[in-house]
Design a protein around this ligand. Structure first.
Ligand code: PLP
Length: 395
């Protein structure tokens, strides 16, 4: 099996699992209890909080809250901030956010909020002038993702936070950092970002654990009501093993950041260049330098993405299509549509996402095997004239 779908989820690192196991077995005490048996899990939570603080570059561990996933972090920040201060009714986000942000914004839109959705160019880069223009003193919240899950494009979120606060110091800013975490360095204290969400399963912790950074000055109300856990902002008995897991995963991600930025990027570039060179109907959907090092999105013209995925799956390769197949529909992805990817490549776009566990031999296998898959699929495409022209152009 060749796993190239690390933006969907990652393999849990063995070292993460090892660190978690004692808390799934013998160290099962409720960390809030008074006896000595509860001290170790209570301390383990604090240690994990410090690791996540360092991973995100927060000033204090008191700015870190553990959640169940990236979606919960986004919902907590957006709903928590807007429900805390209902005076302003204008909010801004981008057209290419993950549904956990877009659908939360839609809910506020239904409640009567005015929402501006900022567009991107053909390379997936955000229109910063449009964003700057839309921010006013009446803007309650701006949400911009750090890196896009489909094309890997990085938004200059530090610069954006400066820009937003320069126009309107009281406007809050949420950053969905789910696809940036573990792939590029994060140093939130040197930005004007108020909230930042991450998800453990995207950087080799298991599924079911996330974190939210909330700057000490940023006010929000909790999503759920309950006890005192996470300083009352995320009640519910702590998921100690998974909190320990995200802490260890954060530590390992910091240790391997250099590898990610050099070696993972080298392999991604090799895969990208190999495919573009060898497959006549392939086009890069974004080629900007400002992309996370593990992601590439390639459009295969006049071929159905689902068919490509099935053929890849037959040879043991896991990748993902641009279609919103998670929703069971074959609607082309909202991200690729916002980029204006031509219709001819929209349905045949495939995302390959690597990790620090990806081997060079795996990349070589995919580059070698894709041309024959594409030969088969182009033969059954109804667009034979267009494909012949493309073949001629590539010669
Ligand atoms: N934000 C982005 C950019 C994502 O890619 C994802 C997951 O794919 C999420 C948020 C949601 O994270 P989770 O699955 O942990 O809720």
């Amino acid at each position: 099996m060749i796993y190239l779908d690390n933006n969907a989820t990652t393999k849990t690192d063995e070292k993460v699992l090892e660190e978690m196991l004692p808390y799934l077995k013998e160290e099962y005490a409720n960390p809030s209890s008074m006896y000595d048996f509860a001290k170790k899990p209570a301390m383990a939570i604090q240690e994990a909080r410090v690791k996540v603080r360092d991973f995100l570059g927060a000033k204090s561990e008191d700015e870190i809250y553990f959640t169940s996933c990236g979606s919960e972090s986004a919902n907590t920040a957006i709903k928590g901030a807007l429900n805390c201060n209902k005076a302003k009714k204008h909010i801004i986000t981008t057209k290419v956010e993950h549904p956990c942000v877009l659908n939360t914004y839609k809910e506020f839109e239904r409640q009567g909020y005015k929402v501006d959705y900022i567009g991107v160019n053909s390379e997936g880069q955000l229109n910063l002038d449009e964003l700057n223009e839309k921010v006013t003193k009446d803007t309650a919240l701006v949400s911009v993702m750090w890196a896009n899950n489909e094309n890997g494009v990085i938004n200059p979120v530090a610069e954006i936070s400066e820009m937003v606060k320069a126009k309107s110091p009281e406007t809050l800013m949420f950053v969905d950092g789910v696809q940036a975490a573990g792939k590029i360095p994060m140093d939130v204290k040197n930005t004007k970002i108020d909230f930042l969400g991450v998800s453990g399963h995207k950087f080799h912790a298991p599924k079911g654990i996330g974190a939210l950074y909330a700057k000490s000055s940023a006010r929000f109300v909790p999503l759920i009501n309950g006890g005192h856990q996470e300083r009352g902002m995320r009640p519910g008995t702590e998921n100690v093993p998974y909190i320990v897991g995200i802490g260890k995963a954060a530590e390992l991600a910091m240790d391997s950041m250099n590898y990610e930025l050099t070696e993972v990027k080298r392999l991604r570039d090799k895969l990208e260049q190999g495919i573009i060179r060898n497959v006549f109907n392939a086009r890069l959907n974004s080629s900007v330098k400002e992309r996370v090092p593990n992601t590439t999105n390639i459009g295969f013209e006049y071929v159905e993405g689902e068919l490509i995925l099935l053929h890849l799956s037959d040879i043991g390769v896991c990748a993902s299509s641009g279609s919103a197949c998670t929703s069971g529909s074959l609607e082309p992805s909202h991200v690729l549509r916002a980029m204006g990817i031509p219709f001819t490549a929209l349905h045949g776009s495939i995302r390959f996402s690597l990790s620090r566990f990806t081997k060079e031999s795996e990349i070589d296998t995919v580059s070698e095997k894709l041309p024959s898959i594409m030969d088969k699929l182009t033969q059954i495409s109804p667009f034979q004239d267009e494909l012949s022209k493309l073949r001629e152009l590539k010669r």
